[in-house]
Design a protein around this ligand. Sequence first.
Ligand code: UD1
Length: 415
Amino acid sequence: MTKKWILVVGARPNFMKVAPLIRAIDKHNSSRDSSLVTIHYLLVHTGQHYDATMSDAFFRDLKLPEPDLHLGVGSGNHGEQTGKVLIEFEKVLLKEKPDLVIVVGDVNSTLACALAAVKLHIRVAHVEAGLRSFDRNMPEEINRLLTDAISDYLFTPSPEGDENLAKEGIPPDKIFLVGDIMVDSLLFHLDQAKSTNILSRLGLKPQSSDFRSSSSPLHALGSTLQAPCSTLPYALMTLHRPANVDDKQALEKIVRGLLEVSAHFPILFPVHPRTAKQIKAFGMEGSFEFHSSPDIKSEEYFENGALKKKIHCFAPLGYLDFLNLMSHAKVVLTDSGGIQEETTVLSIPCITLRDTTERPITLTEGTNVLVHNDPEKIVAEVKKVLSGQTRVSQCPSLWDGHTAERIVAILANQG
Ligand code: UD1
């Protein structure tokens, strides 16, 4: 028997969640067990993210197949973007008539595709279900709540996801605790990531000393990944939440903290297009060193052979380069969701520039701490890292690199 599934990607944080699913489906299909259904899948890209650095680079790094269909919706206000995906994806569903649609994460494309499918009585699986920040000003929180409310299979990364869904009245037989799919990609690519040349492009020299704690949760997983990673004296930062970058006062507060942090070590900042636009619009370019690429060669950026203690900005990085920089960073500053999870697995101190998180397990079991946009808290947390007061994380249960296989096994067994 053959089943037809559609997998949806739209924006940057979707790609590393769908790549492991595709590998798991291919593995399932290559099994010799003739009692198993064969899964025919189509990959649909909505085009929410379209820049080469936000999309193509991830297809290349994650070895994703070319999308079978590209909806080309592009940017727009929330209603416009969500509406365009809804209209275009419905046409795909009417033509392809899949048995199942799989959506991941919490971006506008996630909600729009789930909604288009459920209205046509096509079953929907939501991977990364149950996460809640309880902040309805976040567009992602609305996307999460609504996608979960209409999905048939809800795959959660950690137990609090199950609890949130139960409180919202989702029947337990729809909820499956399977672990974190981002970790599948992280563990699959980590060794390869460490061999990219991004450190030397940035003028950073890998050192053989100053190893991160040998009790990183990776040890518990067994594998070649046990090799401890040397840390280098820099902070890695990402920043793109509308609450942080669209509000001038919030951004000014964060930058005040960052300038103080950059007196201690350089901050490496691959800048999201939304943030680049806002820094320009607010006339704040003077606080940053903008580089046309991460190939920093000019002597003016170095002092005694080391990268100057400044905020160094460049275009967004691909998955492998970013992972390489993250794994060597002394500390990560971020307002991203997934990076809070990745730093927990890698046991890297993570300072989150938000006042809530939909991933509280990274606070209780991981290295994560919330500082909102408060400059004093940002600096205080960085000083803790500099004085060696770092937490060692535990790897949450089922964050073991096999989440996608569990999901595919469950879905393939449904009638
Ligand atoms: C989206 C997701 C967010 C996720 C983030 C990761 C929603 C509601 N938000 O936010 O959850 O963390 O992706 O990046 O879905 N732009 C480009 N090139 C691109 C994409 C965007 O220049 O390839 C610019 C456009 O000016 C666009 C702006 O960035 O208007 C924002 O893009 P959009 O997809 O609306 O939201 P993100 O902020 O990227």
